[in-house]
Design a binder for this molecule. Structure first.
Ligand code: PLP
Length: 392
């Protein structure tokens, strides 16, 4: 019975990472597990990126701290990589150990005790947990439009002004993509009301079937603005293990973020920064190739799902690499399960397929399926899921 800090109340492990750990344990015991619960591309990091990292090691670029907010050339490359309404300089970019840490550092500099952060549900599990770790209050809103996207309608109904709003475009777990007009409305609302608008664009390069991703940087400058963009290399370049992410914002916000990171991690690993630099400076052939494969997997999955009774989607996903599926309550009742949390455990147990339960995204009654797997693996998974859902 240790006396842990008050801020740990209400904080738990990441539901998706926990499911992934369970799936791995089962696989280690010899079970033929298909893990569709985690959010990582299944491709190897492209060779030209790993080569750049090896060269950095061989050149001895590892025995010093880089600037906390990242190598100047990396910050500059990130700034140059964006089509923006105003030119960005490296001072508008702060690099850290993954977009997750970027978000956490932002919460640290923005949120004081009891301040409210609005997040549209379903949302990526770490947003709310990070707010809690900063002793802020999470205010989840549940948009009623089919794609469950935040609109100003939900914001105008609030009877308080939040300190910050977080959206994810395209969205994990739904794959929903915000249009230019929807983003513009949110930006205008945040500016008028002096609310920080954090837009997590980590899946921005992964949009499909002709859909067009608009970065908020194409709609608003960041100078003197409340707008903060979060991005990283994890999903675009299949670099989850390298842990490089960044924020783009007004210079004052980036400087503050650096002050927190000075005492947390100092710089992100130098080798990873050189790898990320190669990725960002590349012509994106490798990234485009991976995007195309995700697109065909999405279309394959949409087709296969039509043949599985009991799982439905209100809106076709347009980005990221997930399907967020509503589970027919009659299935839960028939299987004598009380919630989708129990359902994903039962499915893993009986059919060795791991999905993430909607509970982890603040929307019970749903499951999230990651299609970041080879089509053959997806085919086997869909067959098992169908069998599970149709039999007792
Ligand atoms: N934001 C969202 C919505 C994510 O799904 C993830 C990873 O799952 C991240 C951020 C974290 O990315 P990183 O690997 O850069 O920490």
């Amino acid at each position: 019975n240790y006396r842990f800090a008050k801020r740990m109340a209400g904080v738990g492990p990441s539901a998706t990472l926990q499911m992934g750990r369970r799936a791995k344990e089962l696989a280690q015991q010899g079970a033929d597990v298909i893990d569709l619960s985690v959010g990582e591309p299944d491709f190897a990091t492209p060779g030209f990126i790993t080569k750049a990292a090896k060269q950095a090691i061989d050149a001895g670029l590892t025995s010093f701290y880089t600037p906390t907010l990242g190598l100047d050339e990396l910050r500059r490359a990130i700034a140059n990589n964006h089509q923006t309404i105003d030119p960005l300089s490296r001072k508008n970019v702060g690099v850290a150990t993954g977009a997750k840490l970027v978000l956490y550092a932002l919460m640290q500099i923005l949120i004081s005790d009891g301040e409210k952060v609005v997040i549209p549900a379903p949302y990526w599990v770490s947003y709310s947990q990070q707010v809690l770790l900063c002793q802020g209050n999470v205010f989840a809103v549940y948009p009623q439009n089919p794609a469950m996207k935040l609109t100003t309608a939900e914001l105008l109904e609030l009877d308080f002004m939040p300190k910050a709003v977080i959206i994810n475009n395209p969205t994990n777990p739904t794959g929903a993509l915000y249009t230019k007009d929807e983003l513009q409305e949110l930006i205008d609302w945040a500016a008028v009301n002096d609310v920080f608008l954090i837009v997590d664009e980590i899946y921005g390069n992964l949009v499909y079937n002709g859909a067009k991703f608009t970065s908020v940087l194409e709609l608003s400058g960041v100078k003197d603005s409340q707008l903060i963009v979060v991005d990283g290399v994890s999903k675009t370049y299949s670099m989850t293990g390298w842990r490089i992410g960044w924020a783009i914002a007004d210079e004052q916000i980036i400087v503050k973020m650096g002050e927190v990171l000075d005492h947390m991690t100092s710089n992100p690993a130098a080798v990873s920064q050189y790898a990320a630099l190669a990725a960002i400076n590349s012509d994106n052939t490798a990234a485009k190739g991976m995007r195309e494969i995700f697109e065909s997997r999405l279309n394959y999955s949409l087709n296969a799902l039509e043949d599985i009774p009991g799982l439905t989607m209100a809106e076709k996903p347009q980005g990221a690499f997930y399907c967020f599926l509503r589970v027919d309550p009659a299935i839960l009742a028939r299987k004598k399960l009380t919630c989708t949390n129990e359902l994903v455990l039962d499915l893993l147990d009986k059919k060795h397929v791991a999905l993430a339960a909607g509970e982890g995204f603040d929307l019970p009654g749903y499951v999230r399926l990651s299609y970041a797997k080879d089509e053959k693996i997806l085919q086997a998974a869909f067959a098992r899921i169908k069998e599970y859902l149709t039999n007792d």
